[in-house]
Design a protein around this ligand. Structure first.
Ligand SMILES: *[C@@H]1O[C@H](CO)[C@@H](O)[C@H](O)[C@H]1NC(C)=O
Ligand SMILES: *[C@@H]1O[C@H](CO)[C@@H](O)[C@H](O)[C@H]1NC(C)=O
Length: 476
């Protein structure tokens, strides 16, 4: 035996074996690390901060025929941010809560009305439609010759309107010259007797009125924002080769609220007067967008099917509960390698909408608790700091340049799993306060809302006619 141990052959075998097991252990460790890495994002803190100069997305959407560039309202890519009107993040989050309150109020009201429908109840006075303070804008043309207008685009409302001269009552300050109907050869007033005029009741929640035979609309949003004016038609220009004649919109004579320096709103809801419904023949109720990862980049809003990437995965829309919102089903959330344990009824009972104008995703309280608890567990190595506004899971990352954060993915109905981008997970107040970009609803019965922070960089595809919503990574 002793002779064997000291034999060169044995030594050779021993060394080979050690080397082999070293290789094996190494490759196991490597596999393990790769598995872990695939559940984490390595993020440079600086990449989460908006730059002071605009660097437009280089993804080529210009090949698509009906595409508009999307800007964040308050960033260097928007000419609307040049005066000092940019609100603080705290103000943005306060406005965001008002929007959420008014969306939830509207959906709850609809549920109440469904219960009393048989009694032919009169329309209750609505305390406000969803607030028009969405954060993304597009520029399109109106009238002949066309005038450029920058509008907030909003999947959470329906009526498209812009401020109009002569601003009989009040126009707030806007960047573009205010649209002048008299200067457009294709402009016309809509008469009180038209069916389109009567559709305003459901679109705006207010019955239209009449001014010397011209239909008058009025729409109010949460937070006392409103627009009142003549209901009108004119040519909308999406691109030089893509004109929408006789488009119905509000020509606002009395406008006030949180619309920043924009000229008004582009309504992308499901209602019969929304842009989506009015252009159904042309674009087949199909549109897609990508919201940029920061306010120093750009995205796109595209109408029609052509050019949509083939790796889009679709989840069916859920029933819209008598509203014009886009409902979807969340069936699960995972953080890193952990699938959160949340009862299906937590999402199913209140339902979820996707909204381009809500900033921070709102989850049912039980779902939010599971998410933040697991996130905290996996972020233990970073020092935590107190809550900021509606955000209660925050970290001081001032001593780091690069961090590792767990991936967060949502599974939607039809088993569609979507990984959020880092910009959809954390929101940076400053380097000493970086927060998980989610918040809880106060009541388990309030609708969940998939907000725009979580949608950033994703290609989000609304196939309204096909009854489904698609997601693909890397949209802009
Ligand atoms: C539209 O109707 C209003 C109210 O009747 C009127 O003041 C305005 O001149 C009309 N505009 C056009 C272009 O006909
Ligand atoms: C970061 O933001 C928090 C919350 O607004 C503030 O209290 C703190 O002073 C800020 N820190 C720095 C370094 O600016």
């Amino acid at each position: 035996m002793a002779s064997l141990i000291s034999s060169p052959l044995f030594n050779f075998l021993l060394i080979s074996f050690s080397f082999l097991s070293f290789l094996l252990i190494r490759s196991h460790a490597f596999e393990g690390r790769r598995a872990i890495e695939s559940h984490y994002h390595t993020v440079e803190i600086s990449s989460l901060l908006p730059a002071s100069v605009c660097s437009p997305s280089t993804k080529g959407h210009s090949k698509r025929p009906s595409t508009l560039k999307v800007f964040h309202r308050h960033g260097p890519c928007s000419k609307h941010s040049q005066d000092n009107a940019t609100p603080s993040l705290d103000e943005i989050l306060t406005h965001d809560q008002s929007r959420v309150d008014s969306i939830q109020h509207k959906i709850n009201l609809n549920a109440e009305m469904d219960k009393v429908k048989d009694k032919k109840a009169a329309l209750p006075v609505q305390s406000g439609r969803a607030l028009g303070s969405g954060n993304y804008i597009v520029t399109l043309g109106l009238g002949t010759p066309k005038k450029s207008l920058s509008l907030i685009f909003d999947t959470g409302s329906d009526l498209t309107w812009t401020q109009c001269q002569p601003c009989a009552r009040v126009c707030y300050k806007q960047q573009d010259p205010i649209f002048n109907p008299i200067a457009s050869t294709t402009y016309s007033n809509v008469s009180c007797s038209s069916t389109r005029c009567s559709q305003l009741s459901t679109t705006t929640g207010n019955d239209p009125s009449c001014s010397t035979k011209t239909c008058v609309y009025g729409i109010q949003y949460g937070d006392q924002s409103f627009s009142i004016g003549f209901f009108s038609q004119d040519t909308l220009t999406i691109s030089s080769s893509d004109l929408v004649p006789k488009f119905y919109f509000g020509c606002g004579q009395n406008n006030q609220g949180l619309f920043g320096n924009t000229a008004g709103l582009l309504g992308l809801g499901r209602d019969s007067l929304s842009f989506v419904s009015q252009t159904a023949q042309r674009y087949g109720k199909y549109f897609s967008y990508c919201l940029p990862s920061s306010s120093s980049s750009t995205g796109h809003l595209t109408f029609g099917k052509s050019g949509v990437s083939s790796n889009v995965k679709f989840t069916p829309f859920a029933a819209s509960r008598g509203t014009s919102f886009y409902f979807i089903d969340i069936v699960g959330i995972s953080v890193g390698m952990t699938q959160l344990s949340i009862r299906p009824s937590v999402f199913k009972t209140p339902g979820t909408i996707i909204d381009s104008g809500t900033v921070i995703t709102r989850l049912p309280p039980a779902a939010y608790k599971a998410l933040s608890t697991e996130f905290k567990k996996q972020m233990k190595k970073y020092p935590s700091v107190p809550a900021y506004s509606i955000l209660d899971t925050c970290y001081d990352l001032s001593k780091y340049t690069t961090i590792s954060i767990p991936k967060i993915s949502f599974t939607f109905g039809g088993n569609v799993k979507v990984d959020l981008a880092p910009s959809g997970i954390l929101i940076v107040i400053n380097s000493s306060r970086v927060c998980l970009a989610f918040a809880a609803n106060s009541d388990a019965s309030d609708v969940g809302i998939l907000g725009n922070v979580q949608q950033t960089t994703l290609e989000v595809v609304y196939d309204v006619a096909g009854g489904k919503l698609g997601f693909a990574p890397g949209g802009c």
